[in-house]
Ligand binder design. Structure first.
Ligand SMILES: [Zn+2]
Length: 141
């Protein structure tokens, strides 16, 4: 872990899954995603490198969900059902982390959250991957 970045503590709702995480760029990476799964899940995610999450307890309480190509790995607590993190399909070297699981952070803290255009995922496009487009979403609109 890179010690220059702040270490956050995080947990699922029931507290059985606990982890520490350092983010790639603090909360500047908050985003939603419009893919078929994320639009139901509704969580806001921030970015972390795979090596920057360390489980403190309850990693064995996580359940893995995969769909479509199976590239993305969506983890959630099998006890309380809360999504904790996922390994990204768009960048498998990163996890998306549920901001609402991070101590002292509320998803309502963010007034404007970018929406990744996951419904037209770059890996599904003909002609190879392209940079994902972001749609701006403001709850005030
Ligand atoms: Zn839980």
């Amino acid at each position: 872990m890179n010690n220059l970045r702040q270490e956050h503590r995080a947990a699922c709702h029931c507290g059985s899954v606990r982890f520490k995480v350092r983010l790639t760029d603090e909360f500047n990476t908050v985003r939603r995603c419009s893919c078929s799964y994320c639009r139901m899940r509704g969580a806001i995610a921030v970015s972390a490198q795979l090596s920057d999450i360390a489980f403190v307890e309850g990693e064995d309480n996580l359940t893995l969900y995969q769909f479509n190509t199976g590239t993305a790995k969506h983890y959630f607590c099998k006890n309380c059902g809360i999504y904790t993190h996922h390994q990204r399909r768009s960048n498998p070297s990163q996890f998306g982390v549920n901001v609402a699981c991070i101590d002292g952070v509320s998803p309502f803290d963010f007034h404007e959250v970018l929406v990744m255009d996951g419904i037209s995922h770059p890996s599904d496009a003909t002609g190879g991957p392209k940079v994902a487009e972001f749609l701006r979403f403001s709850p005030a609109e």
